[in-house]
Write a protein that binds this ligand. Sequence first.
Ligand code: TXA
Ligand code: MG
Length: 333
Amino acid sequence: MLLDGHDPLAIAVAADALAAGELVAFPTETVYGLGARADDDAAVARIFAAKGRPTNHPLIVHVTDASAARLFCAAWPDLAQRLVAAFWPGPMTVIVPRAHGFATASAGGQATIGLRSPSHPVALALLRAAAARGVPGVAAPSANRFGRLSPTRAAHVVAELGTDLRVLDGGDCDVGIESTIVDCSRGRPVLLRPGSLTRGAIEAVLGQPLADRDADAPRASGTLVSHYAPRGTVRLMASGMLQSALQLLAAPTDAAAPKAVVPLAVYSRLPVPSGFAGVHQVMPSRADLAAHELFNVLRRFDDLGVQLIWVEEPPTGPEWDGVRDRLRRACAN
Ligand code: TXA
Ligand code: MG
């Protein structure tokens, strides 16, 4: 059922539900999360069941602030402290050593734990109300079925997980792609998932370069090759190749020959030829605007029954890393 996230009574109802070990979906500035109290393994098991997610894939624990985060950690590396001081509340998740015997299910059994303090006012109000009821943190993956597109609107959550679930509606998510994840547990900082914060901004705060994830990096479902995928097949194409393909489609054919009807969608900065029979969505030329609408656009293509999605490669700048990462994973199936 949908609850108004700006209604204090709804926040109280949702916080009561969390305290009782039930699930609540809530907005964050990145995407909507499916939450359960992080210190209760049975409650967290409900998240894995609802999503159809393997139970050894760790979740991010959402906390009110850095002091709440410390409860979950065995150590608080200086790397994490720097990132948290600069980017919390906000779209930054730090991976740190986990407090022994605590939040085991949330961590998917890993010896580390992912922590984030979101900046969305509804998320913070919920976390604070839950904390007042003895909930130290809320484990929450994106509120979608495993492998699917992350939801950026309350209606997307209902479409993914059904009408029985309590969903706090906080409107359209601002950022639109999931948080940046930096592993701070291994001495040197490792970028596990790019988000809206640029590599340069993160490295400036850390005072050292970020390493890229390697084969022995901890398991992260958002880093599986095929993830964030719509139902239609996505092809990422260089601008020149997309232009040629579109010209080919637009070329006049023998009037007698039947024209192939392809349920095709194009997401590009390039215009499509006039008379193009598919769906066209213009990709914004700013990375933050493209991130904001990315999952929403792909979900709309799904709703239209599109089977093939041609996406123009985004520009090469570092501010596009998060969008590029999600698009590559969306086409890997
Ligand atoms: O923006 C976000 O991060 C959203 C909102 C709801 O906060 N959450 C989100 O959660 O994207 P999820 O579960 O869809 O992605 C969490 C990612 C996964 O790739 C997971 O494997 C990784 O974080 N992760 C969590 N804990 C980890 C750990 N201890 N070690 C390595 N990766 C971890
Ligand atoms: Mg996810």
